[in-house]
Write a protein that binds this ligand. Structure first.
Ligand code: DAT
Ligand code: MG
Length: 149
């Protein structure tokens, strides 16, 4: 079953948006299979954002991610990777549609609240970077038959 790595960044936690953000994925019908609150090490932040290592915003991005706790999650469901990106909205919150998380709650690209994997292969890499296998719960909610035909 498809899985995505989703993280509420320090601004989302500091602003008290944890329940609101988790609720959007729950209400959509996706299944939460992993969740932890953590201070992120510099090493993990740099590995997570490795593709952006040469970008001018890389150092600021890493400093931001390690500055305050993050909620790291794995969500499961058919099409979850692409769907989560839609729920999250465009990278720059001023361009994100209203109704998306970034569109509803953000203004600045450096304070865009949430991370979501951008492709299935990226999700697999990010999940194994952030979670040990035993931290993930494989389960089928009894509601599934009322959500997926
Ligand atoms: P996304 O988080 O939508 O996948 P990304 O992978 O291109 O976006 O960039 C990762 C994060 O880096 C993004 O959420 C916020 C930050 N970022 C991206 N572009 C930026 C820019 N031009 N200036 C400052 N921060 C930026
Ligand atoms: Mg990205």
């Amino acid at each position: 079953m498809e899985r995505s790595f989703i993280a509420i960044k320090p601004d989302g936690v500091q602003r008290g948006l944890v329940a609101e953000i988790i609720g959007r994925f729950e209400k959509k019908g996706f299944t939460l299979v992993g969740l932890k609150m953590m201070m992120v090490s510099r090493e993990l932040a740099e590995q997570h954002y490795d593709v952006h290592r040469e970008k001018p915003f890389f150092n600021g991005l890493v400093e931001f991610i390690i500055s305050s706790p993050v909620i790291a999650m794995v969500w499961e469901g058919e099409g979850v990777v692409a769907s989560a990106r839609k729920i999250i909205g465009a990278t720059n919150p001023l361009n994100s549609e209203p109704g998306t998380i970034r569109g509803d709650y953000g203004i600045s690209i450096g304070r865009n609240l949430i991370h979501g994997s951008d492709a299935i292969e990226t999700a697999q890499r990010e999940i194994s970077l952030w979670f040990k296998e035993e931290e993930l719960a494989t389960w089928e909610p009894s509601l599934t038959k009322w959500i997926v035909e």
